[in-house]
Design a protein around this ligand. Structure first.
Ligand SMILES: Cc1ncc(C[n+]2csc(CCOP(=O)(O)OP(=O)(O)O)c2C)c(N)n1
Length: 635
């Protein structure tokens, strides 16, 4: 670790450094981030891009008294290093280590917890209003990226900020990138080409125009020249922000510590809402990340010298890849199929689709709510939109799914990647609620494949149906089954009996099916004959099959990688209640009423008892308890 960084125990320690030392500190921080992320994996490029900005903010503002709020929080590694977490930085994203995102439970310097995008302006404004109501005196700074600025939530925050006119400092960190290249009209509006060449041209034309006005024209030009900033503001992104009632300052070089410090020093003394537009380079200082910022946005362990990621030798494709390839296959036979992503073409596996069917591919930006209603509009005109959004981010669009899609029974296919435990990204990113938020919605059909081959059949089924359909699958590699070339359709609401057995029936959803099969083998050794059912449909649940199971056993064990509240097991309980069956012992395995920490997927599955050994234990207990009951009853 560098000499300067080694002496920083809190942001207070950087305040005595000279400007040269601050620049040297930036280099040391970059080195430390690079070294650590090359081993742990993480959000490298975004964090490298804001090192100078972070130093300047902590140099001028007095955190934790002043509140610095990061948006998404994936860029906060330099912030972590400067705020007392230098020595534990190597534990980033590891079990029992520090979180990859700001977390109010982790540090007093993390003013607001985050992981999903576009929250910083609203949260910052809430703090500002709270501060003023309590008569307190501190500054609030919300840092937001140009990608995150594309979400409706950010604009809702801006709208109220401009209206209230309170002291909030918003720093717009513009690197022209979301995870992929930023998209949309806002992004072009912010672009440097526009602010540079375009502004000069407009200025020249205006000057000529004003000079041509007899008597007053020259005067206007000289006033305008004196107010050069205002004139620039009129034709730069400032135009939009000023129109919303914020004072716009920028664009500024976000890697020039001197410039940033001087500006923050001044703005700190000003009242009212300010938006400071800084231009940064994603991946700054590490050539491979500067060249491929998308690949280094979120990256696994890699070799620093070559930039090559350390990959496993496994040839098993990820669910994401199987989805992407299958969608291309199905879309080539059905020209009504469109694909929609909310700023994650690579993460959702839609890159190939975007190249093969550019006219039928839509990246809506970080705008999950808009994406869903946009899909509803397409469906209303006879298209089959496939909306691919991670389980956790689709939470944003609950009302759009309910009100715009389900209520009108429109044929929108939702594809939820990263459903279940995702691992190192932790509680903000685990997709543990989707079964519960989708299942109660009338008209919605919900499926979960047991493996990558079944995912293909489910996608085919979903595209061939009518009305809203959702498919959810986990993060990572498939099970490794061979992929059948023929894609089948699955009858709606039909589960799959994989193993018969009379002592207990294990009803498993999605990726819990193979662990359930494994558990059944172990249970056999313990003389427990378990039936294993691949639920396939979380909704509608296969009533017929459950009836037939209840003729053989009165013990049901449900397993799902979702919270227990409102999930698949709840659906089974509701079914039993509805049909009035009594005397059935049901045990549900899943995630209890808690947020799950970050850690390795398998480790967390074990912790929550939803792996094979957890299923064995639960099945044994259910059988034992039940036999005990029977004995007690016969006494
Ligand atoms: C609601 C939501 N949707 C999607 C994501 C996934 N995501 C994480 S960072 C990111 C891009 C953010 O771009 P920007 O704000 O410009 O930050 P940069 O990484 O470029 O610094 C996206 C899409 C998210 N975190 N939250």
């Amino acid at each position: 670790m560098g000499r300067l960084l080694n002496s920083i125990n809190s942001p207070y320690d950087i305040k005595g450094l000279s400007r040269e030392e601050l620049c040297a500190l930036a280099g040391e921080i970059r080195e430390e981030i690079l070294k650590t992320i090359s081993m742990t994996g993480g959000h490298l490029a975004s964090s490298l891009g804001v090192v100078e900005l972070t130093i300047a903010l902590h140099y001028i503002f007095d955190s934790p008294r002043d509140k610095i709020i990061w948006d998404v929080g994936h860029q906060a590694y330099a912030h972590k290093l400067l705020t007392g977490r230098r020595d534990v930085f190597k534990t980033l994203r590891q079990s029992d280590g520090i979180s990859g995102f700001p977390n109010i439970h982790e540090s007093i310097y993390d003013a607001f917890g985050v992981g999903h995008s576009s929250t910083s302006i609203s949260a910052g404004l809430g703090m500002v209003v709270g501060r003023d109501l309590k008569g307190e005196d501190y500054k609030v700074v919300s840092v937001i990226g140009d990608g995150s600025m594309t979400a409706g939530l950010a604009f809702e925050g801006l709208n109220q900020t401009g209206h209230l006119k309170k002291d909030l400092i918003i720093v717009l960190n513009d690197n022209e990138m979301s995870i992929a290249k930023n998209v949309g009209a806002l992004s072009s509006f912010l672009s440097r080409k526009f602010t540079g060449r375009f502004v000069s041209k407009v200025k020249r034309e205006l000057e000529t125009f004003f000079h041509a006005i007899p008597k007053i024209g020259d005067g206007i030009v000289s006033i305008a020249k004196r107010a050069e900033d205002s004139l620039i503001t009129l034709f730069t992104p400032g135009m939009m922000f000023e129109g919303l009632g914020l004072n716009y300052i920028g664009p500024l070089d976000g890697h020039n510590i001197d410039q940033l410090i001087n500006l923050f020093e001044n703005v700190k003394e000003l009242n009212g809402p300010h938006l400071i537009h800084v231009i940064t380079k994603k991946g700054k200082g590490y050539a491979p990340a500067e060249e491929e910022p998308s690949r280094f946005h979120g990256v696994g362990p890699f070799d620093i010298a070559s930039g090559k990621t350390v990959s496993s030798d496994s040839k098993v494709p990820s669910y994401t890849k199987v989805f992407g390839d299958t969608l291309v296959e199905l879309a080539s036979k059905n020209d009504k199929v469109l694909a929609i992503t909310a700023a994650m073409p690579e993460g959702t596996g839609l890159e190939r689709f975007s190249k093969e069917f550019p006219d039928r591919f839509c990246d809506v930006g970080i705008a999950e709510q808009h994406g869903v209603t946009f899909a509803a509009g397409l469906a209303a005109r006879g298209f089959v939109p496939v909306v691919a959004i991670y389980s956790t981010f689709l939470q944003r669009a609950f009302d759009q799914i309910a009100h715009d899609v389900c209520l009108q029974n429109l044929h929108v296919v939702f594809v939820l990647d990263r459903a279940g435990i995702v691992g190192a990204d932790g509680p903000t990113h685990h997709g543990l609620f989707d079964l519960s938020y989708l299942r109660p919605l009338p008209n919605m059909i919900v499926m979960a494949p047991k493996d990558e081959c079944e995912l293909r059949d489910m996608l085919n089924t979903a595209i061939g149906l009518d009305g809203p359909v959702a498919i959810r699958y986990p993060r990572g590699k498939g099970v490794g089954v061979s992929i059948e070339p023929e894609i089948k359709a699955i009858p709606v609401g039909k589960a799959e009996m994989l193993k018969d057995g009379g002592d207990i029936a294990i009803l498993a959803a999605g990726n819990c099916v193979y662990p359930a099969l494994q558990a059944a083998q172990t249970l056999k050794k313990h003389h427990i004959d378990a039936a294993v059912i691949n639920a396939r449909f979380i909704k509608p649940i296969d009533e017929e099959l459950i009836f037939s199971l209840l003729c053989k056993t009165n013990r049901l064990l449900t397993v799902e990688e979702n919270v227990l509240g409102g999930g698949f097991g709840s659906g089974v309980l509701e079914l039993l209640e509805r049909i009035g069956v009594k005397g059935v012992s049901v045990k549900r395995l899943g995630i209890p009423d808690c947020f799950v920490r970050h850690g390795a997927q398998d480790e967390l599955r074990k912790e929550f008892g939803i792996d094979a050994s957890g299923i064995v234990k639960a099945a044994q207990l259910l059988v034992l308890e039940d036999e005990g009951e029977e004995k007690r009853a016969s006494r």
